[in-house]
Design a protein around this ligand. Structure first.
Ligand code: NAP
Length: 277
């Protein structure tokens, strides 16, 4: 962080479930944040114990977030309003980084301004990582929201670099980022599920089918990340005319694979927009 977080609760994590814990543990391990100045607000006792083991203070009292210089908001979107009420008003001296799908920075800011009791409310940055945060290879979309400064964005980019790569986008594209990043691992898990089931139907054992699907995904992603060619070029390179891959591609085409991916992503985008209303 660019600021000096010397206050005993200078960073607060509100909600420390799957994503909050991944960010917290990796940011501590990479020394982006100091556990001695971090507080976790979490209502689940086991998760509080897990956070305490990392050397942070853990409490169920949302008021502990007040006064922190940075508040990472990592509860489900459905819980935001009750959490905002429990936290109460936060001033402009605090930057709130929300990883929630849907809620806009303006709404988050207004909800944390104590019904106008604190003029303006906190500065808000939004971030959309994905589940790969748990293994340090998330992609995170970050946006400079209501009241936030470029320093806030720089701090957020630094925080999220602890869980993988990060890129800045405009806030109106955050629902698209939910579809393109937040929900994206599930698309590939679905593909892996389908490949494993089909390979088993062909007679391969469950363990072999699983290993083949995993290594194929990993190998293709590694190649795509390192090769420099576009996905379509790589696909063309492994699809010889009249060959086996061409036979498979024809079935994907006939089934409308590309159209279906676009429709699925549009559904995720629309659901994100809906969650923020
Ligand atoms: N997981 C992902 O892959 C992913 C990716 C991108 C964005 N996100 C976003 O990240 C956010 C968190 O997702 P998640 O998967 O980490 O959810 P999660 O595992 O359910 O974690 C949220 C945690 O917050 C706790 N909580 C809820 N209300 C609270 C309150 N009033 N006070 C204290 N703690 C409270 C929950 O406790 P209970 O279990 O008791 O409710 C839970 O432990 C969501 O908004 C989601 O949109 C997640």
């Amino acid at each position: 962080m660019t600021e000096d977080h010397t206050n005993p609760a200078s960073i607060a994590f509100v909600g420390c479930g799957n994503l909050g814990m991944a960010i917290l543990s990796r940011a501590i391990a990479s020394e982006v944040i100091d556990p001695a100045t971090t507080v976790v607000i979490e209502r689940d006792a086991d998760r509080r114990a897990q956070a305490s083991n990392l050397g942070v203070r853990a409490t169920a009292d949302a008021a502990a977030a007040r006064g922190a210089q940075l508040v990472v908001l990592a509860v489900k979107p459905q819980h935001f309003l009750e959490v905002a009420e429990a936290i109460g008003a936060i001033s402009n001296a605090t930057c709130v980084v929300s990883v929630m799908a849907g809620w806009t920075s303006a709404t988050i800011r207004a909800a944390l301004s104590g019904g106008g009791a604190i003029a303006g409310g906190p500065r808000v940055v939004r971030a959309m990582p994905n589940m790969a945060a748990q293994v340090g290879v998330s992609m995170t979309a970050i946006t400079q929201g209501a009241g936030a400064t470029s320093d806030d964005v720089a701090d957020a980019l630094r925080l999220f670099s602890a869980i993988g790569k990060a890129v800045e986008i405009r806030e109106e594209l955050m629902d698209a980022a939910v579809a393109a990043v937040g929900s994206a691992p599930a698309y590939l898990f679905l593909l892996a599920e389908a490949q494993i089931a089909a390979a088993q139907d062909m007679g391969l054992s469950a363990a072999t089918a699983r290993a083949m699907a995993i290594e194929s995904l990993l190998g293709a992603a590694t190649l795509l990340a390192s090769d420099g060619r576009e996905p379509a070029q790589l696909r063309a390179a492994v699809t010889s005319a009249g060959g086996t891959t061409a036979a498979a591609m024809r079935v994907f085409d006939q089934g409308g694979f590309t159209v279906m991916v676009a429709a699925a992503m549009e559904a995720a985008r629309a659901r994100s927009a809906e969650l923020g209303k």
